[in-house]
Design a protein around this ligand. Structure first.
Ligand code: HAM
Length: 418
């Protein structure tokens, strides 16, 4: 028989990881909601042109990482590689500028990129992101950075560095671009990717992993910023200082998506290996207009859930995952199965406040009863799943209207009337 395996670059999430993911989801939602961000769910696939237009034709994502397919009517679609483009599409399509005047949204979901898989890099991965549309003020950039930071610190992830940079605007970026083209043109033996990108997307050469050794004294965007962009970036930094948020100005931070203007940032963790960006984002003041809407300056970020959980695991977060008490319903006599089955159901539904009457917590988990398993096996199973208590149905006790509650740690047991 064929042995089926998850497709390359995908992964199954189960056990502790699934629990941790649920916690991350809860924590992030609470942080988003506290700051009045509203959830939006967009389709997992969109018109391929939406991504080409927004992310940029000369980016890795569009050039080689998108899952593109045609549907039965010949429409060219792509699995979403990220969430910002879809959100902006939805914002324009549904006039959310009117319906949601604060322009604050968050989303969670699977993203797809055909990348070379390695630890922390998948072809299907999860992102949680927030987008703040319609606020051009530097405080919006800082609010987004703080939002990301708050989620991470709630997960005990504090050993991170926040890299920030400014990519300027359409007034000052062309000068930087030209300086880069001049600089890189003078360098011998650029790798094939760099050669190809030199004309189309010279900013991307800044984070080339192959050629980076050859680059010295590279022109920086800082010296090219126009007055407005300079002031914006200064204000972002002074606000970050005001709220005691450490950061590092990283001239080489350019990001892999073309829609950014002004502030970009990346939060890197030292403990998760080479794929160290656990979340990233920035300002995109022209994207709404480029996709057919009005001029709506915006800023946002997304975290990679898998990478964040790798960092959280390292920070001991998995040891603190909430654990509910498991109550195992055991049968000493199979004749009592129906009674025990009904009891288990009543316990789950907390009929007649049965949990309180039996001194059980409100959030208990109920397991069992099982037929055709010896009592020994049932207790073994209860131990294996780390049940805190076993409720035993025995013929003699039951005939006297009683059950036995056994504490699995202390092994103490007591008879209780039901
Ligand atoms: P991004 O940097 O492409 O930005 O992705 C954000 C985060 O998603 C990364 O920092 C990383 O943690 C995670 N990530 C990316 N690719 C993978 C992968 N192949 N496997 C696992 N995790 C991955 C964006 O997607 C932008 N939409 C962020 C944004 C929102 N900018 C403004 N608003």
């Amino acid at each position: 028989m064929t042995q089926y395996k998850a497709p390359r670059g995908t992964h199954d999430i189960y056990g502790q990881m699934a629990l941790a993911l649920e916690e991350l989801d809860k924590i992030s939602r609470a942080v988003f909601r506290k700051r009045n961000f509203k959830e939006i769910k967009t389709p997992m696939f969109e018109d391929v042109a939406l991504f080409t237009r927004s992310i940029g034709e000369a980016t890795d994502i569009v050039e080689k990482e998108m899952y593109v397919f045609e549907d039965r009517k010949g429409r060219k679609l792509a699995l979403r590689p990220e969430g910002t483009a879809s959100l902006v599409r939805a914002y324009i399509e549904h006039r959310l500028d009117i319906e949601e005047p604060m322009g604050k949204f968050f989303y969670c979901g699977d993203m797809f990129r055909y990348e070379r898989p390695q630890a922390g890099r998948y072809r299907e991965f999860l992102q949680m992101g927030a987008e703040y549309l319609g606020n051009s003020n530097p405080n919006a950039d800082v609010e987004i950075i703080l939002l990301a930071k708050e989620i991470l610190s709630t997960l005990n992830i504090n050993d991170v560095v926040i890299h920030i940079n400014s990519l300027g605007c359409q007034n000052c970026r062309p000068m930087f671009r030209q300086k880069l083209v001049n600089y890189f043109s003078s360098i011998q033996d650029l790798c094939e990717d760099c050669k190809r990108r030199l004309e189309k997307n010279p900013l991307r050469l800044l984070d080339c992993k192959i050629d980076s050794q050859k680059f010295q004294n590279i022109p920086t965007m800082q010296v090219c910023l126009c007055e407005d962009c300079k002031n914006h970036f200064k204000r972002v930094q002074s606000l970050l200082k005001t709220v005691d948020c450490d950061y590092f100005v990283d001239d080489k931070l350019v990001r892999g998506l073309d829609y950014y203007t002004r502030t970009v940032f990346e939060v890197r963790s030292k403990v998760i290996g080479s794929q160290d960006a656990i979340c990233a984002g920035g300002r995109y003041d022209n994207l709404v207009k480029e996709l057919g809407g009005q001029q709506i300056p915006s800023v946002g970020f997304a975290l990679g859930s898998e990478r964040v959980l790798m960092a959280a695991q390292n920070a001991g977060f998995f040891n603190k995952l909430p654990k509910n008490d498991i109550i195992f319903i055991a049968l000493a006599d199979s004749e009592l199965f129906d009674e025990a089955f009904k009891f288990a159901n009543n316990l789950i539904l907390n009929k007649n406040n049965i949990k309180q009457k039996l001194n059980l917590q409100d959030n208990i988990v109920v397991e069992g009863p099982f037929l055709n398993k010896s009592l020994k096996l049932q207790f073994k199973l209860a131990d294996k799943i780390e049940a805190s208590k076993t409720i035993l149905f025995g013929k003699t006790e039951f005939d006297n209207g009683k059950i036995i509650i056994k504490d699995m740690k202390t092994h103490q047991q007591q008879e209780v009337s039901i």
